[in-house]
Structure formats: C-alpha cells, structure tokens
Design a protein. Structure first.
Length: 235
C-alpha cells in the first residue's frame, strides 16, 4: 500500500473516531499501540541485551528537553502524532509500568524497535518484543484491567479502545532481505508475503478475542526510503 494512501486512511480513521467521541472528553479515549521502531517510545530501554536501542544522543534532539527517550527519531513517533491529533497523552511504554499501574487504564504502548510479524524477525538484535510478544503483554494488561474495574467495564473499555498497529517493515529489511537468514532462501517473494498474511490474520484474531474491535493497521511505508536501505542501494 502506498504511503500517501496509508496516511489518508489513518487520517480518515482518526476523523471518524473523533466524530464518534464528540460527546466524550478527550481523556476518555484509550489507545493501545503495537509496532516497531516507528512507534516505540522506550520499551527497548528495559531490555538489557537488546542491540536495537535509541537511548543515546542524538536521538530525541527535537523532543521534550532535547534528550533521548528510546524513540527512534529526532522527535515524535507516529504514535505520538496520532495521540496529539486525538487530544490525549501519548501512552507510556509497557515495560516502564508496574504490572498493576493505574496508567494502563488510559492506554499502553507495546511497540519495540526491531519487532516483526514473524517471531524470528530481528533475531540478531538479541532482544526485542515481536508482535506475538506484544500481544502476550496486552493479554496480561486485559486481565489487570478487568481486575481493577470489573469484567463488564473492562470488556467495554477494551471494545471501545483504539488499536494502532504498525508492523511488517522489519520482516523484510531485518529478515527476508538479509542473505544470512533462512527465510529469504526458503521462500519466494510471493510465498513470504502469504506467510506474513497468514501470521498477521492469526494475530488480528488473537487481538479480537482479547477484546479489540477498533483496529487500524497502517501498513508499510516505502522500504527504499529507510536509511539502512538507502545506504545499501547502488542507485
């Protein structure tokens, strides 16, 4: 899917959700964010052996106080921008929270730099939270939410929450396109795409069964524009 179309779909979804909540105050909106380095806000800071980290200069030079926060950016991430558009605080990284922290009632960010749809994507980063890992943590979150506010209210919160999912780039640049990893040798491009589709359908089903209803998958940007891929290109 082309990047402009992805942005248009996300914008349209935000407008629609804002319309749905015109009678609600902004803090009533709850967002759960899943993804990779495009949406991470610091989870990998808490992974001791992860090689996919951005908690050092010059990351964050245009963010609050000009300091690195674990965002793979000079400033805000996609998740930060979406949260600002919705008029709510950007959800904190899951690993920064105590398991019973009340903050989970307002939304959580599970994104992890190097993560992919497939569990072996980004293997050479040693530690990262794959999409399956992130869903596992979300499942823990759903249990805590229901313990805090009850089964019925918890289900309602989860059903009404907004789920932003950005995943898939690493499955190519840190898996399929790496000559020393087996997937690129084992599958044709079409077979690999089918593998991703099947796995993603399984993961979406898991989220649905855990209560997710308003899910936005913003797809892949142009992979050739990623700095690492530009550095490798001969064009």
């Amino acid at each position: 899917m082309a990047a402009p179309l992805v942005l248009a779909l996300v914008t349209a979804a935000i407008i629609a959700m804002e319309a749905d909540h015109t009678s609600a105050t902004p803090p009533s909106l709850v967002t759960f964010i899943f993804g990779d380095s495009l949406t991470e806000v610091g989870n990998n800071n808490y992974l001791q052996y992860s090689l996919a980290r951005s908690d050092f200069p010059f990351y964050g030079i245009d963010y609050k106080n000009g300091k690195p926060t674990g965002r793979f950016s000079n400033g805000r991430t996609i998740g930060d921008i979406i949260s600002e558009k919705l008029g709510i605080p950007s959800p904190p990284p899951y690993l920064s929270l105590h398991p019973n922290d009340d903050a989970i009632l307002k939304g959580v960010n599970y994104a992890s730099g190097g993560a992919g749809i497939l569990n072996d994507t980004g293997l050479y980063f040693i530690q990262r939270m794959s999409f399956d890992d992130q869903i596992d943590y979300f499942e823990n979150t759903t249990k805590v939410i229901k313990r805090k506010i009850g089964e019925r209210a918890g289900n309602n919160l989860l059903n009404e929450a907004i789920y932003f999912i950005g995943m898939g780039s690493n499955d190519y640049i840190n898996n399929f396109l790496q000559p020393f990893l087996p997937d690129g040798q084992q599958y044709t491009p079409d077979e690999f795409l089918d593998l991703l589709r099947l796995k993603l359908a399984e993961q979406f089903t898991r989220l649905y069964l855990l209560g997710a209803r308003k899910m936005i998958f913003h797809g892949l940007g142009p992979l050739g524009c990623i700095p690492s891929q530009r550095a490798k290109s001969t064009f």
